[in-house]
Design a binder for this molecule. Structure first.
Ligand code: LMR
Length: 392
């Protein structure tokens, strides 16, 4: 029976982790999977997380099951950060904890399917796991272009999808720090998008995996909030993996916005049933640490200060790359300064990406995506020289 299984390649992005680890060259540069790194190239545990974990260790008196919704204190403590002061919109937003942002995306697509969605529109390029999740749930993924040639977001393509969409359609939108392009919608574009969605049957599914790593915590939530203010229904996938640095602890949340508070109980019951069928209950530890941070003023300030430092460093990398624009003829870099988050796309072909790896020990995704957080004061000029060598 199992001999019927066809071989399937490992996820190319995650395979880079092992390839990089196996490279013995000292000057190697990892621009692959999306994790934040300090200027020393490390991905340390946040100080605020360490303190919250210590408190958890001291105070936790049971590890008994919590149920498919996970830690509701965590889910609710996050809401004002994501949705603003009127976080529940009068009982029209609620959610549950998920294993990472990936679990939240999975739940969003599965709940959309239960609600009658058959097609999900995805702006491409997108996070390489979006389309596999949509197809694994059994829905059709339909693509449109996310970015225009001038490096801005291609709003018209998205508006076309929304205007022509029918009942049974959903559209997947990145809240901020677009993965992989770094190209976000402007506040004006978000308003236009919100107006279009308000007049359309297309269900918005918003993936927010990098809040705080773009312009700021509030700024990065602005677009999502503009949409939620206008649409009757929306699904939101949220990740704490990056902005709390909890990657392997898998900390995420899934939120549902309904039109009328009376619709919430059925929506949540379906989400909980899907969670139960998929993973039963989410892992607790990371979500509990986030809850402790968000409920304690001092830890919360400490966390925000750490996040500020990360964002400032990413800005420095972007401006340093932009300053090297003239050094690499065929790879424009100036626009990277205008973009947000961990990622940028470089117009390199497969052979150039292989040469970067083989000749210069620079590891990046085969799509041309780089994780700019892998660049430090110590290696950024080496990287620019390597880029000039393969693409100059
Ligand atoms: C990435 O895009 O590199 C991250 O979101 C990690 C992942 O799960 O792919």
């Amino acid at each position: 029976m199992l001999d019927r299984l066809q071989d399937t390649p490992p996820d190319a992005l995650l395979a880079l982790i092992a390839q990089f680890a196996a490279d013995e060259r000292e000057q190697k540069i990892d621009l692959g999977v999306g994790v934040y790194r300090t200027d020393d190239g490390d991905t340390p545990v946040f100080e605020a997380v360490k303190a919250a974990e210590q408190r958890l260790l001291d105070e936790q008196d049971s590890k008994s099951y919590l149920g498919p919704e996970g830690d509701r204190g965590f889910v609710h403590a996050l809401m004002p950060i994501i949705f603003g002061a009127d976080a529940s919109m009068g009982g029209r937003i609620d959610g549950l904890q998920t294993p990472g942002g990936t679990g939240a995306v999975r739940l969003a697509i599965a709940l959309a399917e239960r609600a009658g969605v058959t097609r999900v529109h995805v702006g491409t390029p997108s996070w390489p796991n979006h389309i596999p999740i949509i197809e694994d749930v059994g829905l059709k993924a339909v693509t449109f272009s996310h970015a225009s040639e001038d490096g801005s977001a291609d709003l018209e393509s998205l508006l076309d999808v929304i205007r022509q969409g029918k009942a049974g359609d959903a559209v997947l939108i990145h809240a901020c720090c677009h993965n992989p392009t770094g190209i976000d919608y402007t506040p004006e574009q978000w308003e236009a998008l919100a107006d279009a969605l308000a007049d359309s049957p297309v269900l918005p599914i918003i993936d927010s995996a990098y809040q705080g790593l773009g312009e700021g915590m509030e700024e990065d939530a602005g677009g999502l909030r503009s949409v939620l203010a206008k649409v009757p229904y929306a699904l939101i996938a949220y990740s704490c993996d990056k902005n709390f640095g909890l990657y392997r602890d898998r900390v995420g949340a899934f939120y549902i916005k309904v039109d009328e508070p009376a619709q919430m109980s059925a929506a949540m019951a379906n989400a909980a049933a899907l969670a139960r069928a998929n993973w039963s209950m989410p892992p607790d530890h990371g979500g509990a640490a986030v809850r402790i941070i968000l409920r304690d003023e001092e830890l919360r300030e400490q966390w925000l200060a750490e996040l500020d430092g990360m964002r400032k460093r990413l800005r420095w990398v972007r401006s340093h790359l932009a300053g090297a624009d003239k050094k690499v003829d065929s790879v424009p870099l100036a626009h990277l300064e205008e973009q947000n988050g961990l990622f940028a796309m470089l117009p390199l072909d497969k052979a150039q990406i292989v040469r970067l790896r083989e000749d210069h020990a620079v590891y990046m995704a085969g799509s041309g995506r780089i994780n700019i957080a892998g660049l430090t004061k110590g290696n950024i000029d080496t990287f620019i020289a390597a880029l000039a060598d393969v693409a100059g």
